[in-house]
Design a binder for this molecule. Structure first.
Ligand SMILES: Cc1ncc(COP(=O)(O)O)c(C=O)c1O
Length: 283
């Protein structure tokens, strides 16, 4: 089966899919994106992702390329043409193509691309747990926007890989964890409170984070949206990350030191179950 991509109104073979060298996404990282999980051929929390895309576009002043209804049709079509049952769909909108100039002329048509690929659900990883390293958070002050400007994130992820870790947790100037390079960071205190940073401009408000916050609140769990330090995380009962591709994934070590008893804990397991139930996913 050959892969198919959506590029500016056309479905093209993936190997031929291209945008112009003067696309502002390519030259300035002037664009935003979404990654949506596909489970059983269905887009998980599609409305939440499309709402966040609207937010990101609005914050950087890129016009909406089409209605949500039309975007939803494109996403479904990309998933269908690539025969994806369980996987991810990627959607990117940049400001468009123009002669290189930092400022832009209003009214240029945004570039829209979408791809889809199969991906296994993170079940095996959740059973084992993962390790993270910590790195300074070198990003800009608008991490609430899901921009394609990901250089600090990719550099931190590469450091994690080199260290044999799954993820890097980024740490702000106060010594508090902001989030992972492509996931939100959480801990569970020794007295059972579930803690994650509040969604301000220091983090991306994950769609999975929101779903887990809602699920935890609905289940009557003690929830605190506040910063936590690396030391607090090391002394916590449990830690975990959430994301579209990881769901709820236990963190069993930070910088090579165990969290809790160094094994996936019961709260992460419970929240994974609640999340899967809420999102209509088979665990
Ligand atoms: C920096 C960052 N934080 C958090 C997340 C998790 O967000 P979501 O749950 O919407 O996938 C992502 C996802 O890629 C991310 O890139």
């Amino acid at each position: 089966m050959s892969r198919v991509a959506y590029v500016n109104g056309r479905y093209v073979p993936h190997r031929d899919a291209a945008v112009h060298i003067e696309d502002r996404g390519y030259q300035f990282a002037d664009g935003v994106y979404e990654v949506i999980a596909v489970a059983g051929g269905r887009l998980v929390d599609e409305a939440g992702h499309l709402a966040r895309l609207r937010y990101s576009l609005g914050e950087v002043g890129i016009p909406r390329p089409m209605t949500d209804r039309a975007l939803a049709i494109v996403l479904r079509e990309v998933v269908r043409r690539n025969l994806v049952k369980d996987g991810v769909v990627y959607l990117q909108v940049t400001r468009g193509v123009a002669r290189r100039d930092h400022g832009w002329a209003e009214g240029m048509p945004p570039s829209v691309v979408a791809t889809a690929r199969p991906k296994k659900q993170p079940t095996a990883l959740a059973a084992k747990g993962v390790s993270v390293i910590t790195v300074p958070d070198l990003r800009w002050k608008r991490c609430d926007i899901k921009t394609v400007g990901l250089l600090p994130n990719v550099m931190a992820k590469q450091l994690a890989r080199a260290a044999g870790a799954f993820e890097a947790w980024m740490v702000d100037d106060q010594g508090n964890v902001t989030e992972g390079t492509s996931s939100n960071a959480w801990i569970v205190t020794r007295d059972g409170a579930v803690v994650t940073r509040k969604a301000d401009s220091a983090i991306l408000n994950g769609i999975t984070r929101t779903a887990v916050v809602e699920a935890a609140a609905a289940a009557g769990l003690a929830l605190q949206t506040r910063p936590f330090s690396v030391d607090e995380a090391l002394g916590a009962a449990e830690a975990f990350v959430t994301s579209t591709t990881s769901f709820v994934l236990p963190v069993i070590s930070i910088d090579g030191r165990p969290v809790g008893d160094g094994k996936p804990g019961p709260m992460a397991r419970k929240l994974l179950g609640l999340y899967c139930e809420k999102a209509g996913l088979g665990e």
